[in-house]
Design a protein around this ligand. Structure first.
Ligand code: SF4
Length: 413
């Protein structure tokens, strides 16, 4: 077993833990944002519906800003107010509502898990973090802890990006915060700190503090309700010049939680010395040729061809203009020829590369991919018979396109 970390990185004094809980909860009661899932979790008498609402909000909030989620969450709960309603939805409907929220597999997994609760668990949500994690696909440690504490009052901690930042600052943890050793310590700490009588509020308060006060850049330390418990703040105030042993690094480079000896405390950064992360791998650069094929519909309005992506992988099951990944370093002429060949396969008739009109380039960042779409257009005069053996495809008007399950990147195109 790894050696226990030095005491300065832990919360071990019961009086301090009590005071921190009190201060944080009092601040939360005064300052918390009104969010629709909070209102529902606080007032809904049906435990399964409470758990469902928190689950939906937590999945949507992964990698997405609160302000964006509110509208999606509201429409989702209007359309599928219960697990049973969601279990009966089609994946196409889920993708349509999710369009623009990103990380599309989240919606798909949520729906698969809802089906499982209805068909295998008699519609009853598991009530503990351990069961939620074990029984529901796509529910990880964080989501399970959030649902169990907020909906069912289980005294279990949560660790998300906001909590990582707050805890690393509270306890001057400067080792790589994405490393399993540090993450394990943070979970231990979250479980020690969580308030036994108001666990859901405590967890939300800690996350809220990270989202609104202990923000990544320029945290509002002077307004912070837990600043008297914060070692990073003390260290910033007292600096290295004063001999305050408990706010210095632990020793001579062998502490698993202090900043590495090669990157010591930088006084110009203050509390933002923490947390620290190993450098991310740069995103992969990809180029894709895409063609907006346009024809006159029966009422004279333009229609566009969209085709469905495969049911697994990036943007699974979403619709897009016919697109073709390109090798790096191709000449423009060659790109055009390859796209023309690709379109020919769709349309079953020759497409002249010279007929493709270059429109421009669109870039879009997916989590780990820097994608450039090279956009062409082609106007068709006659009718086209699409090959039914290929992926599903359909002609849509501009309004239909906007309402379809298409990604934000395709809307940019
Ligand atoms: Fe974060 Fe500053 Fe509060 Fe410490 S005092 S928890 S660094 S906002």
């Amino acid at each position: 077993a790894p050696a226990p970390p030095p005491a300065r990185h832990l919360f071990s004094d019961p009086a301090e833990i009590d005071a921190l809980r009190r201060n944080l909860l009092a601040w939360y009661d005064r300052c918390k944002r009104d969010l629709p899932w909070r209102a529902l979790a606080a007032t809904e008498p049906d435990a399964d519906r409470r758990g469902y609402a928190v689950w939906v909000s937590e999945i949507m909030l992964q990698q997405t800003q609160v302000a964006t989620v509110i509208d999606y969450y509201t429409r989702w709960m209007q359309k599928w107010p219960t697990l049973q309603a969601l279990a009966q939805a089609s994946l196409e409907e889920v993708n349509e509502l999710w369009a623009g929220l990103g990380y599309y597999s989240r919606g798909k997994r949520l729906q698969e898990a809802a089906r499982k609760v209805v068909s295998e668990l008699a519609g009853r949500m598991p009530r503990t973090a351990e069961d939620l994690r074990e029984l529901l696909p796509g529910v990880g440690r964080y989501t399970a802890g959030a649902i169990a504490s907020i909906s069912y009052g289980q005294a279990t901690g949560v660790v998300d990006g906001n909590v990582i930042r707050v805890l690393c600052r509270l306890r001057c943890i400067g080792a790589d915060s994405s490393s399993p050793a540090v993450i394990d310590r943070l979970w231990d700490m979250a479980n020690v700190l969580v308030d036994r009588s108001r666990p859901g509020d405590f967890n939300q308060a800690l996350m809220e503090l990270g989202a609104t006060v202990c923000v990544p850049k320029s945290p509002l330390c002077r307004e912070c309700p837990v600043k008297q418990h914060c070692q990073a703040w003390r260290r910033k105030l007292f600096g290295k010049a004063l001999p305050v042993p408990d706010v210095e690094d632990c020793g001579v480079g062998d502490c698993p939680l202090c900043p590495p000896a090669t990157e010591p405390w930088d006084s110009s950064l203050g509390v933002t010395n923490f947390p620290r992360k190993a450098a991310k791998k740069p995103p992969r650069a990809l180029r894709t040729a895409t063609c907006v094929l346009e024809r006159r519909g029966c009422h004279g309005a333009p229609e566009y061809l969209i085709v469905q992506r495969p049911s697994s992988g990036l943007l699974a099951g979403l619709w897009e203009f016919p697109s073709l990944p390109l090798a790096q370093g191709l000449q423009e002429e060659k790109e055009r020829e390859e796209l023309a060949d690709h379109l020919q396969a769709w349309m079953g008739q020759p497409v002249a590369a010279t007929g493709l009109q270059f429109i421009g380039e669109v870039t879009h960042i997916f989590s780990h991919i820097h994608q450039t779409y090279v956009v062409y257009s082609l106007h068709l005069d006659g009718d086209v018979t699409l090959d039914p053996a290929l992926s599903p495809s359909r002609w849509v008007t501009q309004d239909e396109f906007q309402a379809s399950a298409v990604s934000t990147a395709m809307k940019k195109v």
